[in-house]
Each structure stands twice: as structure tokens, then as C-alpha cells.
Design a binder for this molecule. Sequence first.
Ligand code: AMP
Length: 121
Amino acid sequence: MEEKTIFELIVDGKIPCNKVLESNDFLAFHDIHPQAPIHILIIPKKHFKNFQEVEPDLMSKMTSFIQELAVLLGLDKSGYRLLTNCGKNSGQEVFHLHFHMLGGFELPKNKEEKSNPQALF
Ligand code: AMP
């Protein structure tokens, strides 16, 4: 059996996290290495390696959870960036589906990032 990822251990309560919002299906907590003034990770409690493997039905529930989180953080009006790394070429490090929510300042635009593809991640 494959070893559990750090995010599964967080879901199991074996590793602590700085929780922001929780529902029956999802958990949102602060990233330990924030790349923005607000940097939250959103995960499903059920294990999926990444976006490519997730059940589409779960994504519709996840959308509501993410929208609620944005309101809670006061990012719904100021805006935020939502991204997920999927697979090796994306640089995904933790193989349990997660979305990064970044906000709290004006994020660099794609044009600026092109000169440094590693920017923000
Ligand atoms: P990714 O490259 O998309 O797989 O991102 C993994 C993210 O998880 C990185 O931004 C890490 O800083 C973050 N991370 C790793 N371990 C923890 C942890 N125990 N608690 C919170 N964030 C974590």
C-alpha cells in the first residue's frame, strides 16, 4: 500500500494544521510556506492524487466550499488566484489534490511571470 501523503495525515488528525474552514468533505488551512499575504490550501478529505483523478461531482461541492472560504477571508471582493498543480511537470509536491488560494495583495500578472516560470511556485 502507498504511504499516506502529509495532507491525508492532516485529514486523519495525525499532523496539525492551521485550519481556516472545514466541512464534512473539505478542509482549508494555511500553507506553511506562504507565497502571498493570504495563502490557503483547500483539500478534499477523500483521497485523490490530483485534479486529473478527482470525481467531477465532488468538484461541484468543492466550488461552493471555495466560494464560502473566499467570503470568510474577505477575498471575494478584492479577488484571489486559485490554482492546482497536477502531476510531475506542474511541480506538484504533495500528491493529494489541493488548490492554492492566494490573495491579500495585487498578484503578478502572467506576463510578468513568464520571465520567471517559478514565480509564485
Ligand atoms: P504543490 O507544489 O502544489 O504540491 O504544493 C504543496 C504545498 O503544500 C506547498 O506550498 C507547501 O508549502 C505546502 N505544505 C507542505 N506541507 C504542509 C503542511 N504540513 N502544512 C501546510 N502546508 C504544507
